[in-house]
Write a protein that binds this ligand. Structure first.
Ligand code: PLP
Length: 386
């Protein structure tokens, strides 16, 4: 991995220590260029003009193939979406729910897991069971707590693969083993894992997985992707649909829904320029290899945790075991609010990080373009604050 070359392609890094990829990643020049080129083409020639329209379709097909590669899934199990949350809602609002069905999730979750689940509670009487986890719980404890929450009414386990506030990497493959023989569905929010850790839908057996384009893949807001295992396509009804959801869009009164493919969720149009950026972003991370990125991010995170934990008054909240970790590192500083630490790091050192809740902390995102020198800058900046 040629880090200097990678950094030279990401202009934001010329003047900031950007450690906020978990919110939104800094895009490389070529990703922005792909979008600009498409906007210019449509500007000058018109998006529906013969030739232009077809190249747009081709970009969308390639974006879908790129998403399938990120998931290691077959193209017909993958849809390009607008964000992680949209993918989650396609699945949750498309399933038939019964009063008393149970969803198991945990206390460390993001709103995009909690809120759609709670809405199912409000609408259908689904019971949301929140398992209380500590980010330092050993893997066996996490599995035992999740398993203890199961009842004959458990319909789904819905968690993030990498927890947004602590970087805890959930033992997803093992959870899958717990759900598999009980007929419990397993939905993963991959907002913090797509482009960050190597995914393998083909071997993992996960049922549903939703990722964004704008975070670890370094694309733009307004893109994401959803995986639905083929055997489940039939049971997910399209909650949003439209002219593209029928076999003959020119004869919609002859209502014939498209067969049970991912296309049934495509009610209307979507942005070709954004998908051009998504495609280029996937190619950019693929050049380094997501498995290599995963390892590099873990090395940077190990180093950050070691340096931060040496500072008096600093508590590292993220897990310490490498297998439970990711490039997200959270910490707190005694006597200071996360918000004030975030502002000081920006004002004094141009370090971009953020504060999070559940638990409250300063969160640092370390991605492959970050360097050991930046980790030292961060630790030095925090040391100055205490
Ligand atoms: C775990 C998690 N889920 C969902 C989201 C929302 O992602 P999106 O904006 O792609 O829907 C985020 C990030 O903001 C997140 O960290």
């Amino acid at each position: 991995m040629d880090i200097e070359k990678i950094r030279s392609q990401i202009p934001v890094l010329d003047h900031t220590a950007y450690m906020n990829t978990g919110w939104s990643g800094p895009s490389p020049r070529q990703v922005a260029q792909a979008m600009k080129d498409r906007i210019d083409l449509e500007l000058e020639q018109g998006s529906t003009t013969a030739g232009v329209y077809e190249t747009g379709k081709e970009i969308q097909a390639q974006a879908r193939e790129a998403a399938a590669r990120v998931f290691n899934a077959s193209v017909d199990e993958v849809l390009v979406t607008r964000n992680t949350t949209e993918g989650i809602n396609i699945v949750l609002s498309g399933l038939d729910w019964n009063q008393g069905d149970e969803i198991v999730t945990c206390n460390l979750e993001h709103g995009s897991v909690v809120v759609p689940s709670q809405y199912l509670g409000q609408r259908y009487g689904v019971v949301v069971k929140v398992v209380d986890l500590d980010p330092h719980d050993p893997r066996e404890t996490i599995l035992a707590k999740i398993e203890a929450a199961f009842t004959p009414k458990t319909r789904m386990v819905f968690i993030s693969h990498v927890e947004y506030s602590t970087g805890l990497r959930m033992p997803a493959e093992e959870i899958r083993q717990l759900t598999k023989n009980r007929g419990i569905l397993f939905m993963l929010d991959g907002a913090q894992s797509g482009g960050h850790i190597a995914l393998d839908m083909a071997s993992s057996g996960f049922d549903f997985y939703s990722i964004p384009g704008q975070k670890w893949l370094l694309g733009y807001e307004g893109t994401g992707a959803l995986f639905i295992r083929k055997d489940h396509l039939e049971r997910i009804h399209p909650a949003h649909t439209g002219g593209r959801g029928v076999v003959s869009p020119m004869d919609v009164h002859n209502f014939q829904p498209v067969p049970d493919t991912m296309e049934k969720f495509l009610g209307g149009s979507s942005s070709v320029p954004l998908q051009a950026a998504f495609l280029e972003a996937v190619k950019f991370v693929e050049e380094s290899g997501i498995k290599n990125i995963e390892e590099r991010n873990l090395d940077l995170a190990d180093s950050a945790k070691a340096k931060l934990s040496e500072i008096p008054g600093v508590s590292v909240i993220s897990p310490s075991e490498r297998r439970d970790s990711s490039g997200l590192v959270s910490f707190s500083v005694e006597g200071q609010t996360p918000v004030s630490v975030v502002s000081k790091l920006w004002e004094d050192h141009h370090i971009v990080v953020r504060q999070v809740n559940y638990p409250a902390a300063v969160r640092v995102s370390l991605h492959f373009f970050n360097t050991e020198q930046e980790v030292e800058l961060l630790a030095g900046g925090v040391r100055e604050l205490v």
